[in-house]
Write a protein that binds this ligand. Sequence first.
Ligand code: C5P
Length: 262
Amino acid sequence: MSRRKQIYEGKAKILYEGPEPGTLVQYFKDDATAFNAQKKAILDGKGVLNNRISEFVMTHLAEIGIPTHFIKRLNMREQLIKKVEIIPLEVICRNVAAGTMAKRLGIEEGEKLPRSVVEFCLKRDDLGDPLIAEEHIHAFGWASSSELDEMIAMTLRINDYLQGMFAGIGIKLIDFKIEFGRLPISNEDGVVGHQVVLADEISPDSCRLWDRETNKKLDKDRFRRDLGEVTEAYTEVATRLGIIKEQNQHNATILSVVSNDD
Ligand code: C5P
């Protein structure tokens, strides 16, 4: 494990102090949790796969002009990122009814929504990340009006791009969760403002991804719902994205990385 100073440990990632001021190292663990950490497991190789998939997605989003915290991947489990102040919201975008929306509104899972829907949850583990209205965000000052407008606009652009990217490899993007941070903007007078940037990760841990033909789940629902073959599904996503050349070859790589890297 790294010798760097640990800043924060979450359920699936650890943040360490970075080599330069204003940077952090984001380490992807193999830990899987669901239902607010009531269900836990270690999935060998999951961290390696999410590091690679999130790198791939963030790099492509940067190419279409989405500002992100990602700087570069350092190794199989770590990436260098810009230090941001995380906005305490989980932004969820849905194209097809599933998960909590299907349950809450009594819609059959798999029903296409009339339009993409953006939802907000408050990032509070102790409260189970409750769904909130934009009114709450304004009233409690969790984000300013302009930050909220930017987050919504970026979320819809990300959704548009990712839907196309996954469609190209035979996968339907059902929904996803993203987080944003405030990146300080400085000049010779010091910090003069902040830019809203995409933070955290985008991976099969934070998206619902279904095979276009069979509706096979290729995401964390395999863990949540005890469907088995979780890392195999994540490996399939990475393989279809072209991150991994040969599935079998990669499984061997992951096993050797897991034993050498920790
Ligand atoms: O559970 P729910 O249907 O609200 O999840 C919507 C989307 O947000 C899913 O893709 C899920 O993986 C993601 N999510 C997440 N982290 C959470 C809650 C949801 O990544 N804490």
